[in-house]
Design a protein around this ligand. Structure first.
Ligand SMILES: [Zn+2]
Length: 197
């Protein structure tokens, strides 16, 4: 019986991205040994997320309120919008503590081959925000790969005529890496994004 209960949890955990059978076993036994309150809190956090999470109607970030915390925050600079592909990308940019503007989540990147055309992304909504006025700069922080580049180019073409400044994040080489081992895309992008010293 116990075996089945443990196996059930292991099976569920194995469905998580990046969790193999071994990690799932370790996590399952870790949870088994947790105090009941901690295990309960973990389970409730998952249920809460599914019940309360919604998309912000302004930026499409995932939040428990609409508008989201960032869009509601009076201290954020609304003249600067950082465009990202996924809500999780916001966390990455926030961790840098370099950006005090607001965000716009596209909920994906262009990929015509997979049927992801501009109308499937939150691009129209971004254009609408810019047209509403008060936006000085749109920073495109889509991923530095083919889809992300295509998406950035498409958005640039739409926004340029509106008279807003459109910028693209510069890609650096990872600190501690060697130019010799950098792929061409990374290296050419880091050359493009060079700044004067
Ligand atoms: Zn928002």
């Amino acid at each position: 019986m116990t075996q089945n209960i443990i196996n059930n949890l292991i099976t569920q955990l194995t469905r998580l991205p990046g969790v193999g059978r071994k990690s799932a076993q370790r996590l399952a036994f870790f949870i088994l040994n947790l105090p009941k309150d901690d295990a309960q809190a973990l389970a409730e956090a998952i249920v809460d997320l599914k019940e309360k999470a919604r998309f912000c109607s302004i930026c499409s970030n995932i939040a428990d309120a609409d508008p989201c915390d960032i869009c509601r925050d009076e201290a954020r600079d609304r003249s600067r919008i950082c465009v990202v592909e996924e809500p999780s990308n916001i966390l990455a940019v926030e961790r840098t503590r370099c950006f005090r503007g607001v965000y716009h989540v596209l909920l994906g990147a262009l990929s015509p081959i997979d049927g992801i055309t501009p109308d499937r992304l939150k691009i129209k909504e971004l254009v609408g925000r810019v047209q509403n006025g008060g936006v000085e700069e749109v920073i495109l922080a889509t991923n530095p790969n083919t889809k992300g580049e295509m998406t950035a180019r498409h958005i640039t073409e739409l926004l340029k005529p509106l008279g807003v400044r459109v910028s693209r994040i510069a890609y650096g080489l990872p600190i501690g890496s060697d130019i010799e081992f950098a792929d061409e895309v990374t290296l050419s992008k880091s050359l493009e994004g060079r700044r004067e010293l």
